[in-house]
Design a protein around this ligand. Structure first.
Ligand SMILES: C[S@@+](CC[C@H](N)C(=O)[O-])C[C@H]1O[C@@H](n2cnc3c(N)ncnc32)[C@H](O)[C@@H]1O
Length: 213
């Protein structure tokens, strides 16, 4: 968002992140995370892992977890969560658009509330497809553009102020269409709501997409 923004609001945003999501997590987001991650397996790449809210929810049989997080304030918190975790977690400050990993080197990729903020979601999805093994899966929970045209219009109107307050979050993105247009094959999508969230970020999708064999 810019150096001054990142050093001030960005730092505050990271510091307040877990507290500001507490009610939403308790009202259902944590359970959605748990259900999504039940399908994770093998070597896992977590995109934009934030403060590490998913780390203790992976199934026991997941092997290594590689978490990327380009925001240094978030990454600092993520490293602390990773250090306290009994799992093997490594943290890398790379952005999803430029993954410093070999082709076909992950079994699962995970994104939770990330593609709203990634500056170039199409480039990030192409990178996810590159690093997933053939048949490997992207598991996602993302807040998205509303199907209801009235709410979508409000998302368009409020996109700019929300992006400023939300550390770069675009509340009006049609992430399902972006995944469908990517090299991944969309497998299943279910729609729901982010509980106890402002209406413009309530429309939610969860599902999976896989790398074509
Ligand atoms: C709303 S937070 C979600 C954090 C975490 N995934 C969760 O579920 O709580 C969005 C995250 O995406 C990260 N992000 C922003 N740009 C990114 C990029 N280019 N690549 C990967 N992650 C990015 C942000 O730093 C932030 O941690």
């Amino acid at each position: 968002m810019g150096r001054i923004y990142d050093a001030t609001w960005g730092r505050l945003f990271a510091a307040a992140y877990d507290r500001s999501f507490k009610a939403t997590e308790e009202a259902g987001l944590r359970q959605m995370r748990r259900e999504l991650l039940a399908d994770a397996g093998g070597r896992v790449l977590e995109l934009g892992a934030g403060t590490g809210a998913n780390l203790d929810l992976y199934p026991e049989d997941v092997g290594e977890i590689v978490a990327i997080e380009p925001d240094p304030h978030m990454a600092k918190r993520l490293r602390a969560t990773a250090a306290a975790s009994p799992r093997t977690v490594s943290v890398n400050e790379a952005p999803a658009e430029h993954l410093p990993f070999e082709d076909s080197s992950f079994d699962t990729a995970v994104s939770t509330l990330v593609f709203c903020t990634v500056p170039d979601p199409g480039a990030a999805l192409a990178e996810v497809a590159r690093v997933l093994k053939p048949g490997g899966r992207l598991l996602f929970v993302e807040h998205v553009r509303a199907e209801d045209p009235g709410l979508a219009r409000w998302q368009d109107r409020l996109e700019k102020p929300w992006r400023f307050l939300g550390d770069g979050c675009h509340c009006n993105r049609d992430t399902v269409a972006t995944i469908a247009a990517s090299p991944l094959r969309l497998e299943d999508v279910e729609r729901g709501e982010l509980p106890k969230a402002p209406p413009i970020v309530r429309p939610l999708v969860h599902g999976s997409a896989c790398r074509r064999p």
